[in-house]
Design a protein. Structure first.
Length: 311
């Protein structure tokens, strides 16, 4: 099976490297110095599960350079989804199955606007990984899980084949009979963690230990559950309580990628996280005051560190 990984950052780089190390035919799409480093020295993954270095079958600068694929894993930032979807059309029309491992609940809607609906499967991943330097991905902790499947529980040969390859590579993976629910379950936690750590500018240990910020974390997640249920997703009404209890088990130093992006002056995925919850809430008539407040508070940083106007 030919696997293409669009976006060789923390998520795509990690899972792609594991698959390549286990013998899968993997093509990476990368950019800039990261692309050059992988071409010259291979891709290195540093992980508590073991360090590895792979020389992928191919690493290319553009989707158009992919010479055929059976499965495409999309792992770019959410604002690049529309552009990537347009470029993937020839591969999808040639039979490739597309699985997004991105955050958010709107990603597959964007993909299906440009690709045959049957070619898009749902996917979600659980991992903390980032590019430490060009050609090097660092995996934080031992969590490295992928969940994917067809919408409506549809069976998929490519999904079954990817599952086999992932398990062979030592990746915790599973097929979901209700992938939409799985995506929303992660979304509840992800929006809560991202909103609270970024708005408060502190890791989860501080957030959960203070009554005010703990309430913010909980209410943000509760609003996501209400929006999901209003959209017909089979979320348990008390799922926010479950996720708050889960937050109490996390390392106190844990933060979010959005918090990290804020601290480094990078663009934020705000519009696809709390911003999306607020927008969907308005469409569905569900109140989301906490997520709206977070979106408004962080709005000046959405495109990166704001410039201070001159007097």
């Amino acid at each position: 099976m030919r696997i293409a990984v669009v976006g060789a950052g923390g998520v795509g780089g990690y899972f792609g490297a594991r698959l390549a190390a286990a013998g899968s035919d993997v093509t990476f799409v990368a950019r800039g110095g990261h692309l050059q480093a992988i071409r010259e020295n291979g891709l290195t993954v540093r992980s508590p599960l073991g360090e590895l270095r792979v020389s992928p079958g191919a690493v290319v600068p553009a989707i158009a350079d992919i010479e055929g694929a059976d499965v495409v894993l999309v792992a770019v930032k959410l604002w690049d989804t529309e552009d990537v979807a347009r470029q993937l059309r020839p591969l999808a029309e040639s039979g490739a199955t597309v699985i997004s491992l991105q955050n958010g609940v709107q990603k597959d809607t964007v993909l299906r606007r440009h690709l045959p609906a049957a070619s898009v499967l749902g996917g979600v991943c659980y991992i903390s990984a980032f590019i430490e330097e060009p050609g090097v991905v660092v995996h934080n902790g031992t969590l490295q899980r992928m969940v994917f499947g067809g919408y409506g529980g549809a069976e998929s040969g490519p999904a079954r084949a990817l599952l086999d390859h992932a398990l062979k590579a030592g990746i915790e993976a599973e097929l979901s009979p209700d992938i939409e629910r799985a995506i929303w379950e992660k979304f509840v936690f992800l929006v809560g963690l991202s909103a609270a750590t970024t708005a408060v500018r502190q890791p989860i240990g501080v957030i959960r230990g203070d009554a005010g910020s703990r309430s913010l974390l909980y209410e943000v997640m509760r609003e996501v559950v209400e929006v999901g249920r209003a959209r017909g997703v089979a979320l348990d009404p008390g799922f926010a309580d479950d996720r708050l209890a889960f937050c109490d088990t996390l390392p106190p130093s844990m933060t979010s990628s959005m918090h990290n992006d804020l601290e480094h002056g990078h663009r934020l995925e705000l519009a696809w996280l709390s911003g999306a919850v607020a927008t969907l809430g308005e469409e569905l008539g569900v109140g989301t005051p906490r997520n709206r407040a977070v979106a408004d508070i962080l709005s000046p940083y959405a495109l990166g560190a704001p410039a201070v106007p001159e007097a």
